[in-house]
Structure formats: structure tokens, C-alpha cells
Design a protein around this ligand. Sequence first.
Ligand SMILES: NC(=O)c1ccc[n+]([C@@H]2O[C@H](COP(=O)([O-])OP(=O)(O)OC[C@H]3O[C@@H](n4cnc5c(N)ncnc54)[C@H](OP(=O)(O)O)[C@@H]3O)[C@@H](O)[C@H]2O)c1
Length: 243
Amino acid sequence: MGLVNRITLVTGASRGIGREVALGFARAGALVVLAARDRARLDGVAAEIDALPSGAADVVELDVSDPAAVRRAIDGVVRRHGRLDALCNNAGVSSAPGPVAEVAPAAFAAVQQVNLIGLYACCHAALPHMQRAGYGRIVNVSSGAAIMCNAEQSAYAASKAAVNALTAAMAKEVRTANVLVNAMSPGSVRTDMNPTSSVPPSEAVPTAVWLASLPDDGPTGRFFRFMQELPMLPDIDLDWSSR
Ligand SMILES: NC(=O)c1ccc[n+]([C@@H]2O[C@H](COP(=O)([O-])OP(=O)(O)OC[C@H]3O[C@@H](n4cnc5c(N)ncnc54)[C@H](OP(=O)(O)O)[C@@H]3O)[C@@H](O)[C@H]2O)c1
């Protein structure tokens, strides 16, 4: 029960992986604040959590692409619950497939606004509270796309590679305040974003719970799947010695 009495926030908790992670956090003993845009779905997940033995949920209607709304939401969590122990930045969107020559810059930017700027805004708002408390765990839901860099998925791959870089940089800034920041790939799992996968989204839960409840000497600035470390960078040949 690694999250007993922890105050946690999961973005994109209305469905898919975020819903499963929120249920996983609740089963591990946390109070879970559920954030996303769809209030009715969030209320449904909150009811599922409230039905668990000692389940406790709170709901925040939030569009993570609005940094001012993110600030209000996270300050509100700390006002209501006293602190924010763990943040799971899961909210994300995929990009319509297409080559760079055809995907408009505005469509590229729209993906970054949720997957990267939204995640940054959540960290920007949460970190001062965590640093003041001397405790924090941040779990950034990235993707294998960050390292596979598939053609015709440039907006999505770039957003997730940037999430990995942000994770590594941020982790160095806050290590001394006992704030641990890691990224994870949930794997290819069946959700609205990826309806053809046969793997249930609950597969992602153990890694998220583990990263949200790391001991003080746990890893930081790393990228994991099934609790195993993955490379942070694309597997490309960077021959620095010849430059
Ligand atoms: N499924 C996979 O195979 C897979 C693989 C690798 C990585 N991932 C990553 O896992 C995360 C969750 O994906 P999923 O597969 O569960 O997708 P999903 O089923 O489409 O769910 C996406 C979640 O993000 C929320 N969301 C989207 N835009 C938002 C915004 N602007 N503000 C707040 N919430 C927003 C949605 O809620 P509302 O619509 O209610 O706002 C929903 O709860 C994403 O970061 C995704 O990139 C998924």
C-alpha cells in the first residue's frame, strides 16, 4: 500500500490509461484528484473510486492546455487537501498521421499544446508546492514513440521525446528537494487513442503506482516500462567523436 494517505492528481483521468491509473492509485491507498475536460466521465470514475474500500476521489474539470486553469486547479488541490504528493501527467492526444510536408504547423502545435505545454504547465504549478513540502513524485506518461520516431507521427513523437528531455532536466533541478520525476511508457494498450490493441490499459498501472510511490532514494530523471528502464533518446547513431 505504497500510496496510503497520499494526495495524488491524475490528468486525463476520465477514460483510458488515466482512469486505470486513478483506480490503481486509489487501490494503493491514495486520495485521487481526477482531472480532465469531461465532467460526466470524471464523476463516473469518482463513483467507481468511492465504491472501493476506503476509496476517496475529488474531481477537477480541467483543460491542461490552459496554463492559467492548470495553476488554479493545482492551487485548489493544495488548498483543499493540504498538499500534493504525487502528480501523474497522463493527459494526451495523438496526431493525425501524415508527413511533415503535409501536416500544417498549427496541427503540429496543437499536439504540443496538450502533450508538452500542458504537462509543463502542470509541473510548473505543482513543483513549488512539492519543493516547499520537501516531497513529491511526478510520473510523466510518455510513449515508445519518443524513441521509435515513426514516420508520419512526427508531432506525437516530438511531443513525447520532449517530455523525456523535460523529465531529465527537471529531475536534476528538484532532486535536492526530494522531488523525483520520471517518465514511463504505458506500452501499446487498448483505449480510444489506440482501439486496435488487444492489451488492456490496466497493464500500465503497476509502473505508474511504483513511480508515484518511490522511496526517497529511488530513481529520478529516467524512462520506464514494466519498471524496466528504457533509453531516453532515440536509437540513432550520434557520432560526436567525429565533430
Ligand atoms: N494507448 C496507448 O497505446 C498509448 C501508448 C503510449 C502512450 N500513451 C499515452 O498515454 C496517455 C493516455 O492515453 P490513452 O491511450 O488513455 O488516451 P485516451 O483514451 O484518448 O484518453 C486521453 C485522456 O486525456 C484526456 N485529455 C485529452 N486532452 C486533454 C486536455 N486538453 N486537457 C485535459 N485532459 C485531456 C482525455 O480526457 P477528456 O477528453 O475528458 O479531456 C482522456 O482522459 C497519453 O499521454 C498517451 O499519449 C498511450
